[in-house]
Design a protein around this ligand. Structure first.
Ligand code: HEM
Length: 183
C-alpha cells in the first residue's frame, strides 16, 4: 500500500519562503490595490487516522504566517489538510483570523504532485463562512488554490474572488509563493 498520507506526505515538515511571495489586495489605508511581496513560515504535522464510519482520513495539522518585513504577520492561517485514500478526495480546512473559515476540496491521485482545491460561498460541500461585516462589505465568493510539489519545495497559486463595496465587479485577491524545506 502507498503511504497513508498520499500526496500530502511530501508536504509534512517545516517550510519557509524568503520574500518570494506576492499578494494583491485592496489596501484600505492606501485606498488602492497593492502588490505586496511577503515572507512566509509554515509547519505541517502529520496525524491520523481519523475515522468517520467507513471513511478513514489522514492529515496534516498546519499553521502558516506571512510577513511584509518585520513585525506582526499580515496574514495567518491555521487548519488541516486531509486525504481520503479510498476516494482520492483531498481537502484543506482553515481559518483566516478576519472571521473567515474555508473548507476547500478536490480529487487527485495518491502519487500526484499537482492538484487543485476549490471552495465557494454557499457550496453544499466546499464552503466559505464569513462574519457579518465581511458578508456586507468584502465577501469571499470563491477560493481556488493550485498546488505544485517538488523535492523539498512546494508552491501555491491562489485566487480568492471578493465582492467588495469599492468595486463594481468581483475582484481577484491573489497570492502565490514557493516554500523550501527547513525541517
Ligand atoms: C497568502 C494568503 C493571503 C494573504 C497574504 C492575504 C493578505 C491580505 C491583505 C494584505 C489584505 C488587505 C488588508 C488591508 O490592507 O486592508 C487582505 C484582505 C482580505 N483578504 Fe486576504 N490574504 C490571503 C488570503 C486570503 C484568503 C484565503 C481569504 C479568504 C478565503 C482572504 C480574504 C480577505 C478578505 C475578505 C479581505 C478584505 C478585507 C477588507 O477589505 O475589509 N485572504 N488579505
Amino acid at each position: 500500500m502507498a503511504n497513508e498520507w498520499g500526496p500530502l506526505e511530501k508536504l509534512a515538515g517545516e517550510w519557509e519562503g524568503e520574500k518570494g511571495g506576492l499578494d494583491t489586495a485592496f489596501s484600505h489605508s492606501k485606498g488602492e490595490v497593492l502588490g505586496t511581496p511577503y515572507r512566509e513560515k509554515c509547519t505541517m504535522k502529520p496525524f491520523g487516522p481519523v475515522d468517520n464510519g467507513k471513511q478513514s482520513l489522514y492529515g496534516l495539522d498546519y499553521k502558516s504566517a506571512m510577513w511584509r518585513d518585520e513585525g506582526n504577520p499580515f496574514h495567518t492561517e491555521v487548519g488541516y489538510w486531509l486525504w481520503d485514500a479510498a476516494t482520492g478526495e483531498i481537502m484543506k480546512g482553515f481559518v483566516v483570523p478576519r472571521g473567515i473559515t474555508v473548507l476547500a476540496g478536490g480529487t487527485t491521485d495518491a502519487d500526484s504532485v499537482s492538484f487543485s482545491l476549490k471552495a465557494a460561498l454557499g457550496d453544499p460541500q466546499y464552503n466559505i463562512g464569513e462574519n457579518k461585516y465581511l458578508a456586507k462589505n468584502a465577501s469571499s465568493l470563491s477560493y481556488l488554490v493550485n498546488i505544485t510539489i517538488g523535492d523539498d519545495t512546494w508552491s501555491y497559486d491562489e485566487v480568492t474572488m471578493l465582492r467588495m463595496n469599492e468595486f463594481a465587479e468581483p475582484y481577484a485577491h491573489t497570492d502565490h509563493n514557493t516554500l523550501h524545506r527547513v525541517g
